[in-house]
Ligand binder design. Structure first.
Ligand code: ATP
Ligand code: MG
Length: 332
């Protein structure tokens, strides 16, 4: 059976981008067709300036939302990265496999490092080595496929390269994984700046729809979305990034295709109105389930405990094998 691994880091409140680009597909498709692991990748949240209490709170919320979005802990393994020490154990070996040039070339590193510097902060070393830990997340489980939005495909490519290199140098140890971005909504854009990605650690919430936003907040964010010059509704990411983003969101909610949908609308206003209603409808069941789960925090905790045990049992033999292959003495 295909092994699937994916994760989200607790750096902010989940966005519509996280849902359409990752979570919805995990719940509706991936967990049913594969042996899947879904992870709150909390160690990755420490790569940028963070508040300890906030990371803890967001980790709990993220795990709860995983379940609210439909991940079924009886079907897939839902867990927290820091509960399974194999991730960091393997990450070090992959740092010994990767080069610093490879890490510095990563677009996410360049963007996030620039952001940290612009805020007057310094850049944590872990931000640079982040892709080695992400590769460890993936490779520890013999993952075949990584369902991620297309902002993460470069990191998955690096995980592939490291798997191949390690196998060539030290013997066949890792499965070589591949990224699997969604057909539509692989990159939901910020509503206020449709040339940049909608991200959960964005400073301003105006262009970001959060999964737990009240219906009226969702409506007002979408109705105020920046649109493009002209009046014609066409799907063209270059010429009309704002309108194209709305068309992609709407088609991802309703199942249509963005080009065909464009022909249906005569004004930006009508497109915004329908997009807002489609998103409100999409989020309604997730929010209701989230509320239910919040009333029973013990249940989520128990799911995470079971998930970590299962994950550890899956990761340990391969990571132990990697330790031996690379030249370390097995203990005892
Ligand atoms: P941050 O701003 O802290 O990087 P993020 O919103 O980018 O947060 P991640 O934890 O980096 O979220 O990524 C979680 C998953 O969500 C990944 O699979 C990523 O590809 C996907 N994803 C994130 N943003 C979008 C987006 N705007 N459109 C589609 N998929 C997205
Ligand atoms: Mg991100």
């Amino acid at each position: 059976m295909t092994r699937v691994f994916s994760g989200i880091k607790p750096t902010g409140h989940l966005t519509l981008g996280n849902y359409l680009g990752a979570l919805r597909r995990w719940a509706e498709v991936d967990q049913h067709r594969s042996d899947a692991l879904f992870c709150v990748v909390d160690l990755h949240a420490l790569t940028v300036e963070h508040d300890p209490e906030r990371v803890r709170r967001l980790s709990r919320q993220l795990a709860t939302l995983f379940l609210a979005c439909g991940l079924d802990p009886d079907v897939s393994t839902v867990f927290v990265q820091s509960h399974v020490p194999e991730h960091t154990r393997l990450s070090y070996l992959l740092e010994c496999t990767a080069t610093d040039g490879e890490m510095r070339r990563m677009i996410q590193y360049k963007e996030k490092a620039a952001l940290e510097r612009a805020r007057g902060g310094s850049v944590r070393l872990s931000l640079l080595t982040y892709p080695a830990l992400m590769a460890a997340d993936i490779l520890a489980y013999g993952t075949d496929e990584v369902p991620v939005g297309d902002d993460q495909t470069q990191h998955v490519e690096l995980a592939r390269d490291l798997a191949v290199r390690f196998n060539q140098r030290y013997g066949e140890t890792f499965v070589v994984p591949r990224a699997n971005p969604p057909a539509v909504a692989a990159r939901v854009m910020n509503l206020q700046d449709p040339t940049s990605k909608m991200g959960k650690s964005e400073a301003s919430a105006a262009g970001v729809v959060h999964l737990l936003d009240e219906p009226d907040v969702v409506r007002s964010k979408i109705l105020r979305a920046v649109t493009d010059s002209g009046r014609e509704v066409v799907h063209d990411r270059e010429a009309k990034p704002g309108v194209s983003n709305l068309l992609e969101i709407l088609s991802s909610c309703t199942g249509g295709n963005p080009e065909a949908l464009a022909g249906v609308y005569e004004s930006y206003g009508a497109l915004k109105k329908d997009t807002a209603e489609a998103v409100v409808e999409l989020l309604e069941p997730v929010q209701a389930k989230h509320k239910e789960l919040c009333a029973d925090p013990g249940y989520v905790e128990e799911v995470l405990m079971r998930g970590a045990e299962r994950a550890r049992a899956m990761a340990r033999p391969r990571v132990d094998a990697a330790y031996e292959a690379i030249g370390l003495l097995p203990p005892g």
